[in-house]
Design a protein around this ligand. Sequence first.
Ligand SMILES: Nc1nc2c(ncn2[C@@H]2O[C@H](COP(=O)(O)OP(=O)(O)OP(=O)(O)O)[C@@H](O)[C@H]2O)c(=O)[nH]1
Ligand SMILES: [Mg+2]
Length: 351
Amino acid sequence: MQGEDLQTPMDEVFVKQLLDRKTRACARMLRWIDDGLPEARGLLKRLYVHTGRARVIGVTGNPGAGKSTLTDHLIRRHREMGLSVAVVAIDPSSPFTGGAILGDRIRMQDHATDEDVFIRSFATRGNLGGLTNTTTDVVHALDAMGWDVILVETVGVGQDEVDVQRLAQTTLVVMTPGMGDEIQAIKAGILEIADVFVVNKADREGSDRTVRELEQMLDLGRGTKPTAAELRHHGMPSRPGTAVEQKRVAPESWTPHIVKTVALRGEGIDELMESIAAHGEEYKKACQDKVFVNNRLREEFLEIYRRTLYARGWSYLMHEEHLRQIVDSMREKSSDPYSLAEQAVTALGNT
Ligand SMILES: Nc1nc2c(ncn2[C@@H]2O[C@H](COP(=O)(O)OP(=O)(O)OP(=O)(O)O)[C@@H](O)[C@H]2O)c(=O)[nH]1
Ligand SMILES: [Mg+2]
């Protein structure tokens, strides 16, 4: 089935350019993905066989926490190691923090002449419960193209930080001091996804307190909550009651590191790089376990499946006539929206 959407010699040339990591081809491919063009999916089918080599690192945290400043250091450090680096910044669509896009562009200029660095911001982010989020596709494409390291910067609000963990091998959660009691209010979710907590802006007051609070929370979490492995051991799904339960996709044995940084002055970056490397090793070890690998593949598939379903369902309703008939039936009360939704889904099978 591979390559069914691509048969012309031109396509072959383009695929080769992508695999050779030609910057213009990369930019074009990512634009196609971002625009949701069917060509992108055809190419992704072709490229998938080449994925699985990149080191994918997620950087998430509140707006203004210093994610981009840290990312900039991570680019430099990985370049010093002779590795090529691609950065995907998923910009929040909110106009309040949208200024970051400009900041990122200015920083980017440092790397503009380095053909082993590729930086791309996406204004789009997962709305409708992440259903239109194309970050997975972008990461797959960059991975296949042969980028050694892929850094994914997302703002940690909503569902996105959970998505980033599914994609990334190592997830950094960037925090800032002085959050005080707020830290207690942080959703359990964000604690669960962090492989490394980065307490950035440690030049500000209260960073030690933030570190202590994180340590306490990690201790508490460990004491009370059975791990997914323990639940599995007892034959229970990790989330009882869900038909398709979400599997843990991070190594079980890892205890999150807490690293203090002053990204603005490059302090703490050595320690951060060490923690990232240590987690990378742990991840590699976990990949020797087939169950772990299967869980990750399963999550990867389910995410793409959800989007495929959504796209197909939506394209059906995009026929104005279909939607008009549905609305007519509802107004006339000749049917109900529940039956109509079910019928619309059944009709998909015939399209
Ligand atoms: N005092 C201090 N300021 C910092 C530090 N790191 C970053 N900043 C500043 O914090 C501001 C936000 O930094 P960014 O790196 O753009 O933060 P971000 O998390 O990428 O922000 P968004 O992309 O908008 O969510 C900038 O003005 C940085 O110069 C730090 O260690 N100490
Ligand atoms: Mg940023």
